[in-house]
Design a protein around this ligand. Structure first.
Ligand SMILES: [Fe+2]
Length: 297
């Protein structure tokens, strides 16, 4: 069956028909998916009744995966999933929801801020693939913002201003925005900032996009307050309704997005309900900026 993609978002996001992730992908399938990602940046695959192994195999058919090691407050001995998956659930290793005050839950609440996955890593993520295994009875949507459209809508003066800016990204900056700052020395070392450019150019389409994330807390060479306000203004600009697609999850959905061209955020849901979302991630091609002094902040 040939792949078809129809647009579902206001300005981007495509829903894909003709893919069954329980089966191996053909080279034509892989090419069509990459072409779809280049065009839409977010692709929705409904009714994918797949195992973790099938999700991993599908992901690996598209490229090299990024492992999730040391990026949350879960201790390695308490991982619910292997490191080939980012555990984006609210569940402990016994599949029970975290208590409301649980530090791991409160840290993960930072994912409700607009962000790009792994922008806090020297080599940030390319695609994320999120599979819905259990969803709450209400809430828990994921929203996506098209950072290409956001860039295009900047005035020329702002485009020139952002062109060569470099930001410092850390999970400590994003968590700081929600009042979470009691990091241990070990966590401060693990979450130390990395540098990312603010404008990215897509390697295939040549389109520019704003590379923003709530993990960005500094702009190199700028006073902190001015940088934080500018970043806040840019995120506000980039997440206007016309640039946003809201995904309402159904069981079995797999949504894939390009972190180079989009931001996303999770929306709230009842704390006592299970939201089991499993993410595989494709690694990026390399750093976006030289890492000089990035470790000093
Ligand atoms: Fe995320």
């Amino acid at each position: 069956m040939a792949i078809t993609i129809r647009q579902v978002g206001p300005c981007f996001a495509g829903e894909v028909d003709g893919i069954d992730m329980r089966k191996p992908m053909t080279p034509d399938d892989v090419a069509a998916i990459h072409a779809g990602m280049d065009r839409y940046a977010v692709l929705v695959f409904r009714n994918q009744d797949i195992t973790d192994a099938q999700q991993l195999a599908f992901t690996e058919s598209l490229g090299k995966i990024e492992h999730a090691i040391g990026t949350s407050l879960r201790a390695a001995k308490d991982y619910r999933l292997p490191t080939t998956f980012a555990d984006v659930s609210n569940l402990d290793k016994n599949d029970a929801p975290f208590a409301r005050e649980d530090r791991r839950r409160l840290f993960a609440i930072g994912n409700r801020l607009w962000h790009s996955d792994s922008s806090f890593k020297v080599v940030p993520a390319k695609y994320s693939l999120l599979h819905a295994v259990a969803i709450p009875t209400k809430g828990g949507n994921t929203q996506f913002a098209d950072m290409r459209a956001a860039y295009d809508a900047l005035d020329e003066e702002t485009k020139a201003e952002v062109q060569d800016l470099v930001c410092e990204h850390s999970q400590m900056y994003s968590r700081g925005l929600v009042g979470f700052s009691d990091f241990t020395d070990e966590e401060r070392e693990r979450f130390k900032p990395v540098r990312q450019c603010m404008v990215r150019t897509h390697p295939v389409t040549g389109r520019k996009s704003l590379y923003l994330s709530s993990h960005a807390g500094r702009i190199v060479g700028w006073p902190i307050a001015e940088a934080q306000i500018f970043l806040r203004d840019l995120i506000e600009h980039a997440t206007q309704r016309e640039f946003v697609y809201t995904h309402k999850w159904q069981l079995g959905d797999l949504v894939m997005w390009d972190n180079r061209q989009t931001m996303h955020r999770a929306r709230p849901f009842p704390a006592d309900q299970r939201r089991d979302m499993r993410r595989t991630t494709l690694a990026g091609d390399g750093p976006t900026a030289v890492q000089v002094e990035a470790q000093a902040a």
